[in-house]
Design a protein around this ligand. Structure first.
Ligand code: GDP
Length: 462
């Protein structure tokens, strides 16, 4: 419900120098006026906006008598000039756990309702303060684990993607308007665009949507992470590579074959991208049922992976099993990088790997030499060098990608209809479908379920 006033502790739960409580809704000022009394006696409802005021925080004691519990600051933001677009008050008190909870309880007693997870951002979205893609960027910013993720999320939060989609949407709307005019007044020359110009406009939209769809390859690699599998024969150094990438001993490294029986997973930054790394059981023939299950899981993980790091012991000549693995990897749809490991012991037959794989990296998982080359290789394959992550509109999740792809498909159908010389009104349905698909990126046409799903991922107080 948008009519009520919500409150929450916006800083993390725990002890700290200061804590922030946020109150948003029509009664934010009057509710906070019961809890906060300004030193200079100004009443919050009359307080100047965006100005921190010093005063006293009050809360009811066990007998229900309101008493001073802390000193702090209150800042009032008035609709629509606030994060949520509603009247908002931010109370800043000292960061004790019991203290902040006491002040929150006071706010609830004074008439506020405890905010649900992500409710402040949800209100900002519903009040038109930010589009869904910007809200998602905010979520990514809060979750960011790498500098590249921060850069990408910050661009999204500033509305880069929103603006891009809006521009394409407007172009489609303009074209559609021309089509409607042609249909409604066939004998008059009222349409802004001729049939050729309509075609041109559609082609421009197609090009822009296609370029936007391609940004997902990069956005996905940075924001969501590339599902990656390390595979290879037992004992070639898969666990050693995994540990070298993760930077600590996460997997058990032994000289005994078949020690990795389960699939380990780890999310780790590799230069500008993020890998969602699965370390898997060695791939080879075995009768051990436990090891067999491990191998089956490894094969499934390989089928699902987007990047396969195929590890070989480069210090020995390729074995029959290596040759078979190289052959079978050719059929994989995923990107494969051959990791020619154990280079500290020498490299035996690099030409074999170069002949079988488009991407090869020589390295030593033991001493770390060559890991930089692996990073550069992955970045080259997954980051589009023509994109500026700070400035460009970039798709960062599967939901946005699906919406853009579906808009692209509809625009192509509209072009097909125009090309085939079909009646012009046949383009209308496709154009409208394209527009509503594109509008989904920023939630203008998204069902309530999807919206709820997105906001439930935020923490309370955000
Ligand atoms: P996995 O079975 O493929 O996971 O292989 P491990 O990572 O457990 O390594 C098997 C053995 O090879 C261990 O004794 C490692 O210390 C050794 N090893 C792994 N990588 C290298 C490397 O780059 N150089 C050398 N010299 N030994 C390595």
């Amino acid at each position: 419900m948008l009519g009520d006033t919500i409150a929450a502790i916006s800083t993390p739960h725990g002890r700290g120098g200061v804590a922030l409580l946020r109150v948003s809704g029509p009664d934010a000022e009057s509710i906070c006026a019961r809890v906060f009394v300004a030193k200079n006696r100004v009443v919050l409802t009359d307080a100047p906006a965006r100005t921190a005021i010093y005063g006293e925080m009050r809360a009811p004691d066990a007998d229900g008598v309101w008493r001073s519990v802390d000193d702090g600051l209150a800042t009032v933001f008035r609709a629509p000039n606030s994060f949520t677009g509603e009247n908002t008050v931010e109370l800043c008190c000292h960061g004790g756990i019991l203290l902040t909870e006491t002040i929150l309880t006071a706010l609830l007693t004074a008439g506020a309702r405890q905010a649900e997870a992500g409710e402040f951002t949800r209100r900002a979205f519903l009040n038109g303060k930010l589009g869904l893609s910007s809200a998602e960027a905010l979520g990514n910013l809060l979750e960011a684990q790498t500098r590249e993720q921060i850069t990408l999320a910050h661009g999204g939060l500033r509305g880069r993607l929103e603006a891009r989609c809006e521009a394409i949407y407007t172009k489609m709307r303009h074209t559609l308007a021309s089509i409607y005019v042609t249909i409604d007044y066939p004998d008059e020359d009222l349409a802004d665009l001729s049939r050729e110009e309509m075609m041109e406009a559609f082609r421009a939209c197609e090009e822009e949507l296609s370029a936007l769809a391609h940004t997902y390859h990069t956005g996905h690699a940075i924001a969501e992470g590339i599902p990656t599998v390390i595979c290879g024969r037992p004992n070639v150094g898969k666990s050693s590579l995994y540990n070298a990438l993760v930077g600590r001993d996460a997997a058990i490294v032994t000289a005994v074959e078949g020690t990795t029986r389960d699939v380990l997973t780890e999310t780790l930054p590799l230069g500008r991208v993020t890998l969602r790394l699965f370390d898997t059981a060695g791939l080879h023939e075995t009768d051990d049922p436990v090891e067999r299950i491990g191998i089956e899981r490894a094969e499934q993980a390989m089928a699902d992976a987007e990047l396969i790091l195929a590890v070989f012991n480069g210090s020995q000549p390729p074995s029959d099993e290596d040759i078979r693995l190289a052959e079978s990897l050719r059929k994989m749809p995923s990107t494969v990088i051959a990791v020619i490991n154990q280079s500290d012991l020498g490299v035996c037959d690099e030409a074999f790997y170069r002949a079988h794989f488009a991407n090869c990296v020589v390295l030593s998982a033991k001493n770390g030499e060559g890991l930089e080359d692996l990073r550069a290789c992955v970045e080259r394959l997954f980051i589009d060098g023509t994109l500026n992550v700070r400035e460009d509109a970039i798709l960062t999740n599967a939901r946005q990608h699906a919406a853009v792809l579906s808009a692209l498909e509809s625009v192509r159908r509209a072009i097909g209809a125009l090309q085939a010389g079909l009646p012009i009104d046949l383009c209308c349905v496709d154009t409208e479908t394209a527009m509503s698909s594109l509008a989904e990126v920023d939630g203008h046409a998204v069902s309530e379920d999807i919206v709820s799903d997105i906001f439930s991922h935020f923490c309370v107080g955000k």
